[in-house]
Design a binder for this molecule. Sequence first.
Ligand code: NAD
Length: 300
Amino acid sequence: MKILVCDSISKDAVKGIKDLGVEVTEKTSIEKDELADEIANYDGIIVRSRTKVRSDLIDKTAGHLKFVIRAGVGLDNVDVEYAKRKGIEVINTPEASTNGVAELTIGHMLALLRKIPQGTASMKKGQWIKKQLIGNELGSCVVGIIGLGRIGRRSAKLAHCFGATILGYDPYVKVELGLDVEMTELDDLLKRSDIISLHTPHNEETHHLIGKEELAKMKNSAYLVNCARGGLIDEDALYEALKGGEIRGAALDVFEEEPPKDSKLMELDNFICTPHLGAQAVEAKNRVGEEVVKKVASRL
Ligand code: NAD
Protein backbone atom coordinates (compact mmCIF):
# COMPACT_ATOMS: atom_id res chain seq x y z
CA MET A 1 0.00 0.00 0.00
CA LYS A 2 1.24 3.50 -0.85
CA ILE A 3 0.12 6.54 1.12
CA LEU A 4 0.82 10.21 0.52
CA VAL A 5 0.78 12.44 3.60
CA CYS A 6 -0.31 15.86 2.32
CA ASP A 7 -0.56 17.75 5.63
CA SER A 8 1.58 17.21 8.69
CA ILE A 9 0.62 14.52 11.18
CA SER A 10 2.64 13.43 14.21
CA LYS A 11 5.98 11.67 13.70
CA ASP A 12 4.65 8.77 15.77
CA ALA A 13 1.72 8.38 13.38
CA VAL A 14 4.02 8.31 10.34
CA LYS A 15 6.21 5.73 12.07
CA GLY A 16 3.15 3.70 13.08
CA ILE A 17 1.94 3.57 9.47
CA LYS A 18 5.40 2.62 8.17
CA ASP A 19 5.59 -0.13 10.80
CA LEU A 20 2.49 -1.61 9.18
CA GLY A 21 4.60 -2.15 6.06
CA VAL A 22 3.02 0.73 4.18
CA GLU A 23 5.11 2.90 1.85
CA VAL A 24 4.68 6.47 3.11
CA THR A 25 5.61 9.62 1.18
CA GLU A 26 5.48 12.89 3.13
CA LYS A 27 4.87 16.08 1.12
CA THR A 28 3.31 18.30 3.71
CA SER A 29 3.40 21.49 1.69
CA ILE A 30 2.32 19.94 -1.61
CA GLU A 31 0.32 22.33 -3.79
CA LYS A 32 -2.79 21.60 -5.84
CA ASP A 33 -1.14 21.10 -9.26
CA GLU A 34 1.60 18.77 -8.02
CA LEU A 35 -0.96 16.77 -6.05
CA ALA A 36 -3.19 16.49 -9.13
CA ASP A 37 -0.22 15.10 -11.10
CA GLU A 38 0.69 12.54 -8.43
CA ILE A 39 -2.53 11.50 -6.72
CA ALA A 40 -3.19 8.52 -9.02
CA ASN A 41 0.07 6.90 -7.77
CA TYR A 42 -1.31 6.32 -4.28
CA ASP A 43 -3.83 4.04 -2.59
CA GLY A 44 -4.59 6.63 0.05
CA ILE A 45 -3.89 10.22 1.03
CA ILE A 46 -3.86 11.76 4.48
CA VAL A 47 -4.95 15.39 4.82
CA ARG A 48 -5.78 17.85 7.57
CA SER A 49 -7.64 21.06 6.65
CA ARG A 50 -5.01 22.69 4.38
CA THR A 51 -5.37 20.30 1.45
CA LYS A 52 -8.66 20.68 -0.43
CA VAL A 53 -9.99 17.48 -1.95
CA ARG A 54 -12.46 18.86 -4.48
CA SER A 55 -14.09 17.16 -7.48
CA ASP A 56 -11.41 18.37 -9.94
CA LEU A 57 -8.71 16.68 -7.85
CA ILE A 58 -10.83 13.55 -7.38
CA ASP A 59 -11.20 13.33 -11.18
CA LYS A 60 -7.38 12.98 -11.39
CA THR A 61 -7.32 9.83 -9.25
CA ALA A 62 -8.13 7.73 -12.32
CA GLY A 63 -9.84 5.07 -10.23
CA HIS A 64 -6.65 4.29 -8.28
CA LEU A 65 -7.16 6.17 -5.02
CA LYS A 66 -9.07 4.07 -2.49
CA PHE A 67 -9.34 6.34 0.54
CA VAL A 68 -8.84 9.83 1.93
CA ILE A 69 -8.11 10.09 5.63
CA ARG A 70 -8.91 13.47 7.15
CA ALA A 71 -6.83 13.64 10.33
CA GLY A 72 -9.38 15.62 12.35
CA VAL A 73 -13.11 16.22 12.41
CA GLY A 74 -14.41 18.78 9.88
CA LEU A 75 -14.91 17.44 6.37
CA ASP A 76 -15.59 20.81 4.78
CA ASN A 77 -12.33 20.58 2.76
CA VAL A 78 -13.38 17.27 1.16
CA ASP A 79 -16.19 16.77 -1.40
CA VAL A 80 -17.39 13.70 0.46
CA GLU A 81 -20.37 12.81 -1.73
CA TYR A 82 -18.39 13.16 -4.96
CA ALA A 83 -15.57 11.02 -3.56
CA LYS A 84 -18.05 8.32 -2.50
CA ARG A 85 -19.59 8.30 -5.99
CA LYS A 86 -16.11 7.68 -7.38
CA GLY A 87 -15.62 4.75 -4.98
CA ILE A 88 -13.24 6.62 -2.66
CA GLU A 89 -13.78 6.12 1.06
CA VAL A 90 -13.55 9.26 3.19
CA ILE A 91 -12.49 8.64 6.77
CA ASN A 92 -12.06 11.14 9.62
CA THR A 93 -11.04 10.91 13.28
CA PRO A 94 -14.06 12.53 14.91
CA GLU A 95 -13.55 11.55 18.54
CA ALA A 96 -9.90 12.57 18.89
CA SER A 97 -10.34 16.30 19.43
CA THR A 98 -13.70 16.37 21.22
CA ASN A 99 -12.32 16.99 24.69
CA GLY A 100 -9.68 19.48 23.51
CA VAL A 101 -12.26 21.64 21.73
CA ALA A 102 -14.73 21.42 24.62
CA GLU A 103 -12.05 22.49 27.10
CA LEU A 104 -11.07 25.46 24.90
CA THR A 105 -14.77 26.40 24.72
CA ILE A 106 -14.97 26.47 28.53
CA GLY A 107 -11.66 28.39 28.56
CA HIS A 108 -13.18 31.07 26.33
CA MET A 109 -16.31 31.23 28.49
CA LEU A 110 -14.21 31.77 31.62
CA ALA A 111 -11.93 34.26 29.86
CA LEU A 112 -14.96 36.31 28.77
CA LEU A 113 -16.74 36.12 32.10
CA ARG A 114 -13.68 36.88 34.27
CA LYS A 115 -12.02 39.27 31.76
CA ILE A 116 -8.74 37.35 31.88
CA PRO A 117 -7.36 38.75 28.56
CA GLN A 118 -8.28 42.31 29.59
CA GLY A 119 -6.59 41.76 32.97
CA THR A 120 -3.40 40.60 31.29
CA ALA A 121 -3.41 43.41 28.71
CA SER A 122 -3.99 46.13 31.35
CA MET A 123 -1.24 44.84 33.67
CA LYS A 124 1.22 44.71 30.79
CA LYS A 125 0.44 48.40 30.30
CA GLY A 126 1.34 48.98 33.98
CA GLN A 127 -2.29 49.37 35.13
CA TRP A 128 -4.04 47.88 38.19
CA ILE A 129 -7.72 48.32 37.33
CA LYS A 130 -9.36 45.57 39.39
CA LYS A 131 -12.58 47.53 39.96
CA GLN A 132 -13.14 47.77 36.20
CA LEU A 133 -12.69 44.05 35.72
CA ILE A 134 -15.44 42.63 37.89
CA GLY A 135 -16.89 39.59 36.15
CA ASN A 136 -19.42 36.80 36.63
CA GLU A 137 -19.19 33.17 37.66
CA LEU A 138 -19.89 30.50 35.03
CA GLY A 139 -21.80 28.59 37.71
CA SER A 140 -24.46 31.29 37.83
CA CYS A 141 -24.98 31.42 34.05
CA VAL A 142 -27.53 29.98 31.68
CA VAL A 143 -25.39 28.46 28.91
CA GLY A 144 -27.04 27.88 25.52
CA ILE A 145 -25.43 25.15 23.42
CA ILE A 146 -26.31 25.13 19.71
CA GLY A 147 -25.48 21.73 18.20
CA LEU A 148 -25.43 18.80 20.63
CA GLY A 149 -23.07 16.41 18.89
CA ARG A 150 -19.80 15.21 20.36
CA ILE A 151 -18.26 18.59 21.26
CA GLY A 152 -21.55 20.30 22.15
CA ARG A 153 -22.43 17.51 24.58
CA ARG A 154 -18.96 17.49 26.15
CA SER A 155 -19.07 21.30 26.54
CA ALA A 156 -22.54 21.03 28.09
CA LYS A 157 -21.29 18.45 30.55
CA LEU A 158 -18.24 20.52 31.53
CA ALA A 159 -20.29 23.73 31.93
CA HIS A 160 -22.81 21.79 34.01
CA CYS A 161 -19.97 20.70 36.31
CA PHE A 162 -19.38 24.39 37.07
CA GLY A 163 -23.03 24.67 38.13
CA ALA A 164 -24.37 26.35 34.98
CA THR A 165 -27.92 25.76 33.76
CA ILE A 166 -27.78 24.32 30.23
CA LEU A 167 -30.17 25.00 27.35
CA GLY A 168 -29.73 23.08 24.09
CA TYR A 169 -30.88 23.52 20.50
CA ASP A 170 -30.34 20.81 17.89
CA PRO A 171 -33.15 19.94 15.48
CA TYR A 172 -31.50 16.60 14.63
CA VAL A 173 -31.01 15.19 18.12
CA LYS A 174 -34.00 13.03 18.93
CA VAL A 175 -32.57 10.66 21.50
CA GLU A 176 -32.33 11.20 25.23
CA LEU A 177 -28.91 12.75 25.84
CA GLY A 178 -28.49 11.51 29.39
CA LEU A 179 -27.38 15.04 30.29
CA ASP A 180 -28.94 17.82 32.31
CA VAL A 181 -29.89 19.86 29.22
CA GLU A 182 -33.23 21.54 28.60
CA MET A 183 -33.79 21.20 24.86
CA THR A 184 -35.54 24.22 23.41
CA GLU A 185 -36.11 26.25 20.22
CA LEU A 186 -33.41 28.55 18.84
CA ASP A 187 -35.38 31.73 19.61
CA ASP A 188 -35.92 30.72 23.22
CA LEU A 189 -32.24 29.80 23.63
CA LEU A 190 -31.15 33.14 22.15
CA LYS A 191 -33.40 35.09 24.50
CA ARG A 192 -32.64 33.19 27.73
CA SER A 193 -28.91 32.41 27.58
CA ASP A 194 -26.13 34.35 29.30
CA ILE A 195 -23.54 32.59 27.12
CA ILE A 196 -24.23 30.99 23.74
CA SER A 197 -21.77 28.51 22.28
CA LEU A 198 -21.88 27.11 18.74
CA HIS A 199 -21.08 23.46 17.95
CA THR A 200 -22.67 22.71 14.57
CA PRO A 201 -20.97 21.88 11.29
CA HIS A 202 -20.72 24.68 8.73
CA ASN A 203 -22.91 24.05 5.70
CA GLU A 204 -25.55 25.83 3.61
CA GLU A 205 -28.10 25.45 6.39
CA THR A 206 -25.88 26.78 9.19
CA HIS A 207 -24.12 29.57 7.24
CA HIS A 208 -24.61 32.78 9.27
CA LEU A 209 -26.76 30.88 11.75
CA ILE A 210 -26.02 33.84 14.00
CA GLY A 211 -26.59 37.10 12.14
CA LYS A 212 -28.05 40.55 12.84
CA GLU A 213 -31.53 39.23 13.77
CA GLU A 214 -30.25 36.51 16.10
CA LEU A 215 -27.79 38.89 17.81
CA ALA A 216 -30.65 41.34 18.37
CA LYS A 217 -32.61 38.63 20.20
CA MET A 218 -29.75 37.95 22.65
CA LYS A 219 -29.56 39.67 26.03
CA ASN A 220 -27.44 42.85 26.10
CA SER A 221 -25.45 41.15 28.85
CA ALA A 222 -24.87 37.93 26.86
CA TYR A 223 -21.65 36.48 25.50
CA LEU A 224 -21.14 34.48 22.28
CA VAL A 225 -18.49 31.75 21.77
CA ASN A 226 -17.62 29.98 18.52
CA CYS A 227 -15.07 27.15 18.59
CA ALA A 228 -16.78 25.27 15.74
CA ARG A 229 -16.40 26.77 12.27
CA GLY A 230 -16.00 30.25 10.80
CA GLY A 231 -19.06 31.15 8.73
CA LEU A 232 -21.55 30.18 11.44
CA ILE A 233 -21.49 33.81 12.56
CA ASP A 234 -21.91 36.86 10.32
CA GLU A 235 -18.76 38.67 11.48
CA ASP A 236 -19.89 42.11 10.22
CA ALA A 237 -23.11 41.78 12.22
CA LEU A 238 -21.10 40.59 15.24
CA TYR A 239 -18.85 43.65 15.01
CA GLU A 240 -21.87 45.98 14.99
CA ALA A 241 -23.50 44.11 17.90
CA LEU A 242 -20.32 44.25 20.01
CA LYS A 243 -19.64 47.89 19.18
CA GLY A 244 -23.23 48.96 19.79
CA GLY A 245 -23.50 47.06 23.10
CA GLU A 246 -26.19 44.71 21.79
CA ILE A 247 -24.24 41.87 23.39
CA ARG A 248 -21.49 42.13 26.02
CA GLY A 249 -18.68 40.15 24.45
CA ALA A 250 -17.61 37.39 22.08
CA ALA A 251 -14.83 34.84 21.71
CA LEU A 252 -13.91 33.23 18.40
CA ASP A 253 -11.49 30.39 17.71
CA VAL A 254 -12.56 30.17 14.07
CA PHE A 255 -13.10 32.78 11.35
CA GLU A 256 -14.83 33.18 7.99
CA GLU A 257 -11.37 33.74 6.52
CA GLU A 258 -8.35 32.15 8.22
CA PRO A 259 -6.16 33.87 9.10
CA PRO A 260 -8.57 36.84 9.20
CA LYS A 261 -7.43 39.81 7.13
CA ASP A 262 -8.06 43.33 8.46
CA SER A 263 -10.86 42.13 10.73
CA LYS A 264 -12.53 45.06 12.50
CA LEU A 265 -13.25 42.73 15.42
CA MET A 266 -9.61 43.07 16.50
CA GLU A 267 -10.25 46.73 17.40
CA LEU A 268 -12.75 45.84 20.10
CA ASP A 269 -11.91 45.34 23.81
CA ASN A 270 -14.95 43.09 24.30
CA PHE A 271 -13.74 40.68 21.61
CA ILE A 272 -11.23 37.92 22.37
CA CYS A 273 -9.86 35.21 20.11
CA THR A 274 -7.49 32.32 19.45
CA PRO A 275 -6.02 31.19 16.10
CA HIS A 276 -8.07 27.97 15.55
CA LEU A 277 -6.58 26.26 18.61
CA GLY A 278 -9.46 23.85 19.31
CA ALA A 279 -7.56 20.68 18.47
CA GLN A 280 -4.11 22.11 19.20
CA ALA A 281 -3.50 20.13 22.37
CA VAL A 282 -0.72 17.57 22.57
CA GLU A 283 -3.17 14.93 23.83
CA ALA A 284 -5.65 15.60 21.03
CA LYS A 285 -2.94 15.53 18.36
CA ASN A 286 -1.58 12.26 19.71
CA ARG A 287 -5.08 10.79 19.69
CA VAL A 288 -5.56 11.91 16.06
CA GLY A 289 -2.27 10.19 15.14
CA GLU A 290 -3.24 6.98 16.93
CA GLU A 291 -6.64 6.94 15.21
CA VAL A 292 -5.06 7.52 11.79
CA VAL A 293 -2.76 4.52 12.28
CA LYS A 294 -5.75 2.37 13.30
CA LYS A 295 -7.74 3.49 10.24
CA VAL A 296 -4.84 2.62 7.92
CA ALA A 297 -4.34 -0.76 9.64
CA SER A 298 -8.01 -1.61 9.17
CA ARG A 299 -7.69 -0.97 5.44
CA LEU A 300 -4.70 -3.25 4.89
P1 NAD B 1 -20.91 16.42 15.49
O1 NAD B 1 -21.26 16.03 14.10
O2 NAD B 1 -20.70 15.37 16.52
O3 NAD B 1 -22.07 17.40 16.06
C1 NAD B 1 -22.66 18.43 15.30
C2 NAD B 1 -24.07 18.62 15.82
O4 NAD B 1 -24.63 19.76 15.16
C3 NAD B 1 -25.00 17.42 15.50
O5 NAD B 1 -25.62 16.96 16.69
C4 NAD B 1 -26.02 18.01 14.55
O6 NAD B 1 -27.32 17.45 14.71
C5 NAD B 1 -26.01 19.49 14.95
N1 NAD B 1 -26.57 20.36 13.93
C6 NAD B 1 -26.48 20.27 12.58
N2 NAD B 1 -27.15 21.28 12.00
C7 NAD B 1 -27.67 22.03 13.02
C8 NAD B 1 -28.46 23.21 13.06
N3 NAD B 1 -28.87 23.81 11.93
N4 NAD B 1 -28.79 23.72 14.25
C9 NAD B 1 -28.40 23.10 15.41
N5 NAD B 1 -27.67 21.97 15.43
C10 NAD B 1 -27.29 21.44 14.24
O7 NAD B 1 -19.64 17.37 15.38
P2 NAD B 1 -18.56 17.68 16.52
O8 NAD B 1 -17.47 16.70 16.45
O9 NAD B 1 -19.27 17.93 17.80
O10 NAD B 1 -17.98 19.08 15.95
C11 NAD B 1 -18.72 20.28 16.09
C12 NAD B 1 -18.05 21.41 15.32
O11 NAD B 1 -16.75 21.66 15.87
C13 NAD B 1 -17.83 21.12 13.83
O12 NAD B 1 -18.11 22.28 13.08
C14 NAD B 1 -16.36 20.81 13.75
O13 NAD B 1 -15.82 21.04 12.47
C15 NAD B 1 -15.82 21.78 14.79
N6 NAD B 1 -14.47 21.51 15.28
C16 NAD B 1 -13.66 22.56 15.54
C17 NAD B 1 -12.36 22.37 15.98
C18 NAD B 1 -11.45 23.53 16.29
O14 NAD B 1 -10.25 23.39 16.13
N7 NAD B 1 -11.95 24.66 16.73
C19 NAD B 1 -11.87 21.06 16.12
C20 NAD B 1 -12.74 19.99 15.89
C21 NAD B 1 -14.03 20.22 15.47
